[in-house]
Design a protein around this ligand. Structure first.
Ligand code: PGA
Length: 249
């Protein structure tokens, strides 16, 4: 059985006062039957980790550099995230792929860095609308997964998030049939590459406009083991409703 995961990606949102939302979560979820992850901006990881200590909420980064240290102004290494109290890191989010020109090869190098630092990598994939309209979604996802996952990926060190780019922050979501098609496909690709045992342990999250009103339906979908949530993770009340839907699924 894969343990379910509700992951929140705060993106470039959140000043110190946002920690009150996290505090609300840590009070509500001192313990939980699912994994809970909040990825605040890097500036808050240290404080967020302290605030979440002893609760069911884990803290993660949103990106890392493939190297451990060096002359890379403005970048953050996986080891630094770990040192700040993070246990996870999001890798290859479409906003990194698109805004920063990140290739799948670079993302694989970042995932390796995450593993080396003892972090769980949440590796993202997803198609643009033009790719979906061209009927190329599955080959595109297959290529992203093949190139973004290192051979060292395991059920313990890797989570995959499928996030159609056109669904992120837009309020649009794929049909549950479309989500199931991609998640089932990813599972099959993982089995072909890593074998049943490893592949069946890797959690697959759906991401893109997940909110309290659609969470239950999405969580009932084949091979969906949780969600990566952007906007609706910023408010504890909304994210709690999503966590509760996951617990009930
Ligand atoms: P959204 O973002 O929930 O605001 O659509 C999801 C994500 O980008 O991880």
């Amino acid at each position: 059985m894969r343990r379910k995961l509700a992951a929140g990606n705060w993106k470039m949102n959140g000043l110190a006062e946002a920690l009150s939302e996290l505090n609300e979560l840590t009070v509500t979820y001192g313990e939980a039957p699912v994994d809970i992850l909040i990825c605040p901006p890097a500036t808050l990881i240290d404080r967020a980790s302290e605030a979440a200590e002893g609760s069911a909420v884990a803290i993660g980064g949103q990106d890392c550099h493939p190297k451990t240290s060096g002359a890379h102004t403005g970048d953050i290494s996986a080891e630094m995230l770990r040192d700040s109290g993070a246990s996870h890191v999001i890798i290859g989010h479409s906003e990194r792929r698109d805004d920063h020109g990140e290739s799948s090869a670079l993302i694989a190098a970042k995932a390796t860095a995450a593993y080396d630092a003892g972090l769980i990598a949440v590796v993202c994939c997803g198609e643009h609308l033009s790719t979906r309209e061209a009927g190329e979604t599955l080959p595109h996802i297959g290529k992203q997964i093949a190139e973004s996952l290192p051979d060292a990926a395991t059920a313990e060190n890797t989570v995959i998030a499928y996030e159609p780019v056109w669904a992120i922050g837009t309020g649009l979501t794929p049909t549950v049939e479309q989500i199931a098609e991609v998640h089932d496909f990813i599972r099959a690709e993982l089995i072909a590459r890593f074998g049943e045992t490893t592949a069946n342990g890797i959690r697959l999250l759906y991401g893109g406009s997940v909110k309290p009103s659609n969470a239950a339906e999405i969580f009932a979908t084949s091979n969906v083991d949780g969600a990566l949530v952007g906007g609706a993770s910023l408010k504890a009340a909304d994210f709690s409703a999503i966590i509760d839907a996951l617990v009930a699924a």
